[in-house]
Structure formats: structure tokens, C-alpha cells
Design a protein around this ligand. Sequence first.
Ligand SMILES: NC(=O)c1ccc[n+]([C@@H]2O[C@H](COP(=O)([O-])OP(=O)(O)OC[C@H]3O[C@@H](n4cnc5c(N)ncnc54)[C@H](OP(=O)(O)O)[C@@H]3O)[C@@H](O)[C@H]2O)c1
Length: 268
Amino acid sequence: MASLSGQVALVTGASTGIGRHLVEGLAARGMAVAGVARTEDRLRTAMAEVAEATGARTLAVAADVTGRASVEAAVAEVVAELGQVDLLVNNAGLIDEFEVPVWEADADQWWEVVSSHIRGAQLTIRALVPWMVLRNRGRVVNIASGMSTRANPDYSAYSVAKTGLLRLTESLATALEGSDVRAFDVAPGVVDTPMTRSMHMWQGFTDWTPPERVVELVAAIAAGELDQWSGRFLRAGADDLEDLRAVPPEGAARQLRLRPHGDTDPLG
Ligand SMILES: NC(=O)c1ccc[n+]([C@@H]2O[C@H](COP(=O)([O-])OP(=O)(O)OC[C@H]3O[C@@H](n4cnc5c(N)ncnc54)[C@H](OP(=O)(O)O)[C@@H]3O)[C@@H](O)[C@H]2O)c1
């Protein structure tokens, strides 16, 4: 296990599911880890359990990632307590509650889903990346999805959000070119969590992606081993770490593009 000792991570959506696994895996590799989520009790319990299990320093900061003031206050607390953040993982987010076509979706819940992923990521990036740029050091991971590249009619808000997040990552990575600050999309596969348990499409599913695959990928990013993939989409459980380390991506590989209809497509 590569040591990330001395580094500081901030993981949103840290109280359960993938975020909780990431907190534990990064702490086990020596990082000091701050976790953000809205429900304070559950978050505090999770972060205390990880500190106990790993001996690492953890910090629970209850905050809603869609609130500008709450994100700015949370980041200030993390920096004051743990120091400058080396790794930001934008993992917090919601899924469409009603599993209906877009025209039937509740407008407020629909927008809440989009906001949890997009506004949440933009606000944490806005609060943290300027410091990363000043230090010329940092990694941002946005947690993506299979629905980043394929729409699902029952989860239109989530599909929109996760696709937008891909574009946000690419915009960020492009703006950071020439610096030692990078940004990545990591799709976690299908991990057994409260979110997937709530989704009709995964009922009866058993071939879950081990959360360790997500942790390994994010840890390799934090260690600077996958920098050539900045601005691109990686998938835990499908991508082999050795291959990723060895392969330099070319052109728009693993980026969001229109596929031409053939050689005569003027948009090709
Ligand atoms: N599980 C999978 O197989 C899978 C597949 C593809 C992508 N993903 C993505 O992976 C991420 C984690 O998924 P999961 O399955 O672990 O979800 P989950 O079990 O529902 O956990 C979501 C976490 O985000 C927090 N959260 C939600 N809204 C928030 C907000 N506005 N502000 C702060 N925290 C918030 C939740 O805590 P509070 O409710 O207390 O705030 C919780 O800690 C999500 O981005 C999801 O879209 C998951």
C-alpha cells in the first residue's frame, strides 16, 4: 500500500457509502482526512470510527455542499485544523427520488440533485483550488458514473449532473495545464451503498464493485501516479492500475465528445 503520509484529504459525502470507504482507505495510507456531510451525528461517528481504526487524524465538518457560506466555512475549518488540502474528492450527491421521466419529475427535487453534484463541486473547487494553485500542488477527484456518458430515462437529473461534472473536470484540468494541480473523473463502478440500495435498477444485483478498487484508484491519483490522465474519465473495477500507469492517453481519449456518424460527418 503506497504511503500518503503527511498529505491532507477532504472528502465530501464522507459519512456513508463510497465516501466512508474513501475516508478509511486514505486514512489507512497515512493521510489526515476531513469529511463533510449534512447529517452531523452520522458523520461524526464515521470519522471517529476511522480515526480509531487507523490511528490517522480525522475531522468531521457538517456542511451542505450546495451552500456557498457553509462550504467556505467548512474549508476554512479544515485548513485551520489539518493544514492545506492536497486531495479534494467531490463525492457528495443525490439521486432522483421518483424514477420517472423528466417531464414527470418534481422540479425542485430534480434541481436539488443537479445542484448537489454540480454546485457542490464548483463551490469546493472555488474554495480550495486557488490555494492549490498558489502552492502548485493538488489533486481534485470528481466522482463520476456510468450515467456520465449514457443517459438513464429514470434518472434524468442524475444523468445531467454526472455529465456536467465531466465537463467541469475537463474545464478545470484544462485551465490548470502547466501547473502541478490536476483534476480527474473517477467512476466507482457499482458499489453496494445506501444510494444503490435505493435504486430500482440495482434490485437483485450481486456483482458489486469492491470499494477497495475505488480507494486504490483515488490513492494512486493522490500519489501522483496517474497525472497523465488529468481531465479524463477512469473507472474503478474496470481500469487496471498498471495499464493506467503505463498508457499515455492520446487526443480526446476518455473525454466527452460527439461521436461522428462516419467519415463524411462534418462534425467528425
Ligand atoms: N454507489 C455506486 O455504485 C455509485 C456509482 C456511480 C457513482 N456514484 C457516486 O458516488 C458518490 C457516492 O455515492 P454513494 O452510493 O456512496 O451515495 P450515498 O450512499 O447516498 O452517500 C451520499 C453521501 O453524500 C452526502 N451528501 C448528500 N448530499 C449532500 C450535500 N448536499 N452536502 C453534503 N453532503 C451530502 C450524504 O450524507 P448526508 O445525507 O448526511 O448529507 C452521504 O454521506 C455519489 O456522487 C454517487 O453519485 C455511486
